[in-house]
Design a protein around this ligand. Structure first.
Ligand code: MG
Length: 398
């Protein structure tokens, strides 16, 4: 809901939500989507995002993004676009701050390691895990497991899903089988995620010294905005010039996203969210020209930053920490804290080895980077891990 502002007819309507899994009385002073957002803010998983890796391991330095600050940046971009397009800002924000709740410690390296551990038990996928956190794993309410969010928030959190998993998710899985779309707030949060991480990874990458302005000058969007900054502000200190350039890059993408999405919405002639959901292509998107630049920037970051040898050294560490802990707890569940040991026993009784493995994966996925490292040290003794990224690296000159 956006108090005092008209929502577009194709926006999600809190008063017409497809509802919660467990029926609850409507909120008195908030909309249904505000309640979703508030429940996420109060969740344990949300607080833990503060100590989870985005690209640089959380203990590398205080200046880098973590999953928490990343999620807040996604929400900022999302709300701006939502307001401009007449979409529900609170729902957009709820999806934005919940989208990474299921992320393991150590970023994608941690997810890949846990996925390998779970290979024979259905695998592990952080996006599906985010839904599991809000549907099952949070234990904060007397009347239900999880946060009991609205269908629209859950629809937005589940960005992608295999056909096999979709078949087990009921109404939420239907669109993956029918190849249709979620509501516009969900489409938007997905793209806001990309705008946030591409641009903050440029900033963090430069700060770490792992990539340089000279390298980034091969990327059209960076080159254009760096030059424009230099022309408008000759002699600007380079740290500030980087921030100004990144600010301009985000501004360009947000502007393009608003204009192109408005154009597509008008051209499609949709009236309600159900019209949006029936389509086979998303309506929220960049112009072709901007999309090509986004792809170019993503490719640059993958090659030069995410696969930088000092970032990849984290992969080896994450694999060892995650798989050592997983094997240890599978072999001896009594090494877990009592309530998690009980959860593993219950899951084993209900679903056998796969249930047991899933309960261990849930516990591991919920950990912060530093807690996983501390648990590893407790069970396996101190290890001299290599530095993954930023610590001790030169920061960019000012
Ligand atoms: Mg994200």
């Amino acid at each position: 809901m956006s108090a005092g502002r008209e929502l577009a007819s194709w926006a999600a309507r809190a008063e017409r939500t497809r509802g919660r899994r467990v029926a609850e009385p409507p909120p008195v002073h908030r909309s249904e989507y505000q309640r979703d957002r508030d429940r996420i803010v109060h969740s344990t998983a949300f607080r833990r995002l503060m100590y989870k890796t985005q690209v640089f391991v959380n203990h590398d330095g205080d200046m880098y993004r973590t999953r928490l600050t990343h999620s807040l940046e996604v929400a900022q971009v999302g709300r701006t676009v939502a307001r401009a397009l007449g979409l529900d800002e609170d729902l957009t924000e709820a999806i934005s701050i919940a989208h990474d709740l299921g992320h393991t410690p150590f970023g994608h390296a941690g997810q890949d390691a846990l996925n390998a551990c779970m290979r024979e038990h259905g695998g592990f996928e952080h996006n599906l895990q985010s839904l599991r956190v809000v549907d099952e794993l949070e234990e904060r309410y007397a009347g239900f497991n999880g946060l009991n969010l609205t269908f629209e928030a859950r629809e937005g959190i589940l960005k992608h899903c295999s056909a096999a998993n979709a078949r087990q998710l009921g109404a939420l899985g239907e669109r993956f089988l029918a190849r249709t779309q979620p509501g516009l707030e969900a489409q938007l949060a997905n793209l806001a995620d990309g705008i946030a991480y591409n641009n903050h990874d440029v900033d963090d990458g430069l700060r770490s010294g792992l990539i340089s302005v000279e390298q980034l000058a091969t990327v059209a969007a960076f080159r254009r905005n760096w030059s424009a900054t230099a022309a408008a502000h000759p002699g600007l200190a380079s740290r500030r010039a980087v921030h100004e350039t990144v600010r301009r890059m985000i501004g360009e993408l947000v502007g393009d996203l608003i204009e192109e999405s408005a154009r597509r919405i008008a051209a499609a002639g949709v009236v309600t969210i159900d019209d949006v959901r029936a389509l086979h292509e998303p309506l929220v998107g960049f112009s072709a020209e901007r999309q090509a630049e986004v792809v170019e920037l993503k490719r640059f970051l993958r090659q030069e930053l995410y696969q930088h040898e000092r970032v990849r050294s984290m992969t080896a560490m994450a694999q060892r920490v995650v798989s050592d802990l997983f094997q240890a707890w599978r072999a001896t569940p009594s090494l877990l804290p009592p309530d998690h040991a009980e959860a593993v026993t219950r899951a084993a009784a209900a679903d056998g080895a796969s249930g047991e493995a899933r309960a261990v994966a849930d516990y591991l996925a919920g950990m912060t980077d530093r807690f996983a490292l501390a648990e590893h040290a407790r069970l396996f003794g101190a290890t001299d891990w290599p530095q993954s990224g930023g610590a001790g690296l030169p920061s960019i000159p000012t």
